[in-house]
Every structure is written in C-alpha cells, then in structure tokens.
Design a protein around this ligand. Structure first.
Ligand code: PMP
Ligand code: GLN
Length: 401
C-alpha cells in the first residue's frame, strides 16, 4: 500500500538536504528560511520554557492561541470560526492535513489534489486507504493555471475530499477567484468536503492576494482551512499548525489528532499567539509580514533572473517560496551527452557538477501520470535564502552553460 506511493522512502527533502550537507553545495532544495523570525516571537518561546510552560497543553490548543487564530481569520478574511468549537491547534499543517484526510476519507473514497502536489498528500491519502485523483496545473507565460477540463473530469461522486493548496507548492501559483469558484461549484455539486492547505497565505507578491476558498458562496460549511506558523513567521521547526471550519468537521479532525500526537508544543503556543497578534500592535514587528513579503518578492526576482541567465527559464511565481524552471534547453544543449536527461537526474548530479542542490518537479507528481511526463525536465528552486546565497548559487549554475 505505502510503497506504491513511495510513502516509506525518505522524503525528497531529507534526501536532497542530506546531499547538500554531504557535498557542501548551496541548498536551494528544501524550503526553509536562513533568517530568524520576529525577535519578540522567539523571545516569547524562550520565556515560556523558562517560565515552566513545558507540560501537556490543552488537546485542542491553548484558548489564547485559538482566539488569536480566530481573530486572524476574521481580520484577514471576514471568517468567524468559534475559537472553542471551530479551531484546532495541530503539530504543523502536516498533522492537520493528515488528521483531516484520515478522518474524512477511507477505502472506496477518492481524494483529489492538484498535480504537482506537496509530497505529504500522496502518502497521507495512501495511509487512509483512499484513492488519489488529480487535476493538472499547467505552466503559462503569466504563471501556472489550473486546467479546468482536467479538474472537471477528475471530480465525481466518489470524490470525498478535495485537498486544495493555494498559494501552491511547488509551482508558486495562487489560485484565482475564477479557479476557486469552479472548485467550489464542483464540491457543492458532488457533495465533497474541501480541505485547503493555506500555509503560504501571507506570501504573495505583485499585489496578488490569497483568497481562502471558505469565503466563496456556500463553502464555509464544507471547508476545513489549514495553516501554520512556520512560513509566516520563519519558524518552520516549531511545527505549530491549525485547522478551522464547521464544528462537526473540526471534531472529526480532533478525534484523529488526539491519537496522532495528543497535544502540540506547549511553549510555542503562546509565542505563535503573540506572532499572530503582532499586526494589531504598534510594536517593532507590527509590519513583519509586509516586510517578509517585500523581501521575498525581491529574492524571487533575483532567483528568476539568475535562472533565466543560466538557461533555466522559470515560470512566474505569484506566491510561496518557490519557482519551477524548465531545464530542457540545458539538458538538450550544454548537458547533451552527459547521460543526464531528466530533472531528477540533473538534481542528483547538480552538487558535483556545480555545487547547487534543487528538487526535481517529479518529486511532486505521481509516477506514470501525464503531468509527470510533462514535468520530466523541470526543477524546483527555493528563494527563501539570503541574497548572498542566491547570488552564489546563480553564479555556480551559470557555469553549466
Ligand atoms: N503544506 C505545504 C504546501 C508546505 O509547503 C508545507 C511546508 N513544508 C507544509 C504543508 C507543512 O507545514 P508544517 O511545517 O506547518 O507542517
Ligand atoms: N515546505 C518545504 C519544501 O517544500 C519543506 C518540506 C519538508 O521539509 N518536508 O521544501
């Protein structure tokens, strides 16, 4: 069951980060920042540990954090989850996704994702014993767009869950109002539940804004919205996530969560509550998110220009930490005759060829699928690294030409 989806292998991120560490290559593979989060936030976690906030917190999350999450949903999106019954704190978004899929889908059910997709989705759907169906994202001149034909043909009456992700890893796509409306229409027509992974909700660029599908007509009742602190506050190792939505659905997720981890990181919960509330204060980090967004937009541009100059044209990314680039010209030009013909082979050899680590697009697709075939020669790079690191990596990549 699991090996058929690769779930028992080490994840691509573990493999590529180990390769970077071993070879001393610049790691543009795994997406984690090399700069710290807001000082007041990290200080709050240290203080909590020293103050003795080190035993099991309440299973659903501390009341203060649940309130901060509910306030955040209201402030940004006009959503009004009840902090007591409609918000659950989890061990990262990863646990929220797994607990939601395990709670809602089983053998005989289909769970639809976009393809490419974040790698934990396929493994989680396999753990639930459900069938994984997929709708394609396709590259275009302005970014990646959801193929609505492929979406319509993938949704049916067995579709129990539509597991959405926007802003989208690995493509950097931010789903448009029109795309979301079509997903919403299909979910209503087929009585499917939408589980939406919005961990990059604050990382959008060029004036593009993130739209939670829960805000679309008729969707609040059938949507579980998931996010986490890792990306918004540059604390990816803290693993504090959350899910909000209608009480019966959140109850179902809680029922699974209690036997996966029981509770989540006590001293991090007050720190994440403080982080979410920062923008309501006039303290030094009140504009943290705006600053992060602006700085990431610059680094995205730097990476995109560097990739283009190195012969790896990227597709514009409207959000997240990532861009995907087409390595075809490199593979069929300068690298012809080296025996390297796919993105996967390229990523395995890049450290030795030029001292850079990246992740092949096919780490986010299903073996044998048409999307896998179309992305055979594509590679994902992260730009959540310092400008100096990106500059060094781009200089190294240019040597391949
Ligand atoms: N979903 C997506 C799309 C991600 O990129 C990540 C980060 N790797 C996660 C979920 C996991 O988030 P967390 O670290 O909060 O579990
Ligand atoms: N979200 C990050 C990425 O896609 C990290 C994933 C991970 O380490 N599991 O690179």
């Amino acid at each position: 069951l699991l090996t058929s989806d690769g779930a028992t292998r080490p994840t691509i991120f573990a493999e590529m980060t180990a390769l970077a560490t071993r070879s001393g290559a610049v790691n543009l593979g795994q997406g984690f920042p090399d700069e710290p989060g807001p000082p007041a936030v990290t200080a709050e976690a240290s203080k909590a540990i020293l103050d003795g906030v080190n035993q099991y917190p309440p299973g659903p999350g501390t009341p203060r954090l649940r309130q901060a999450i509910a306030d955040h949903q209201l402030r940004h999106y006009g959503l009004r989850p009840d902090p007591d019954r409609e918000v659950l704190v989890t061990t990262g978004a990863t646990e929220a996704i797994a607990a939601a899929v395990l709670a809602l889908a089983g053998p005989g059910d289909e769970v639809l994702t976009l393809e490419p997709y974040y790698d934990s989705y396929a493994a989680t759907i396999a753990l639930a014993g459900a069938r994984h169906t997929r709708a394609a994202l396709r590259p275009g001149p302005d970014g990646w767009r959801l193929d609505l034909e492929s979406l319509r043909s993938a949704v049916g009456d067995r579709t129990r869950v539509i597991l959405l992700n926007s802003p989208h890893n690995p493509t950097g796509a931010v789903l448009t109002a029109a795309e979301l409306s079509e997903v919403a229409r299909l979910a209503r027509a087929h009585d499917a539940i939408v589980v939406t992974d919005e961990v990059y909700e604050h990382l959008t660029y060029d004036g593009v804004t993130h739209i939670p599908i829960a805000t679309r007509a008729g969707m609040a009742d059938r949507t579980l919205t998931i996010s986490s602190a890792g990306k918004s506050f540059s604390v990816t190792g803290w693993k504090i996530g959350w899910v909000s939505g209608p009480a019966p659905l959140v109850d179902a997720v809680r029922a699974v969560k209690q036997f996966l981890t029981y509770t989540s990181g006590a001293p991090f919960q007050p720190a994440v509550a403080l982080a979410l509330d920062l923008e309501t204060t006039d303290g030094p980090d009140a504009h943290w998110l705006r600053g992060l967004r602006a700085s990431l937009a610059r680094r995205r541009d730097q990476l995109s220009e560097g990739l283009r100059a190195a012969g790896l044209p990227p597709v514009p990314a409207a959000g997240t930490y990532f861009v995907m680039a087409d390595a075809t010209a490199l593979l069929t030009g300068p690298l012809a005759g080296t025996g390297i013909s796919t993105g996967a082979e390229l990523c395995r050899r890049l450290p030795e060829l030029c001292g850079v680590v990246a992740v092949p697009a096919t780490a986010f697709t299903t073996a044998g699928s048409p999307v896998t075939e179309s992305l055979r020669r594509w590679v994902r790079f992260t730009f959540v690294k310092s400008e100096a690191t990106i500059a060094e990596a781009m200089q190294r990549l240019t040597r391949l030409k």
